[in-house]
Design a protein. Sequence first.
Length: 117
Amino acid sequence: MPGEAAASGLVERIKESDASTPATADGSQASAAPKRRPGAELDLNTARLLCSTTDVAMHGFTDGELQDHVARLTTFMESADQMLHHWTKQRDSATEDKKAFEEVINNLVKHAQKIRK
């Protein structure tokens, strides 16, 4: 059963991991220094201002100002995309961990029921 392999692999990683260095969802060791999450510098107020620029205002921009505005929008979109990718990966990892732990719990319940009989 594929779920059992994932669950047993997770259990082995937990058993083997050092108590002072917690394992992450993908099995790698978490670093001691906190990681800066992608998009932490994402400023929603600035984004709102950039996106609310009206057509009338843009018609008044010079070519340089318009190119600068587009560059800032592009940079913001890339940062937002990185943040989306990061949180989607975190959610998927948490979902996999949840399934693996549920499988471990189910196996423990089945084993306990066998022992009682």
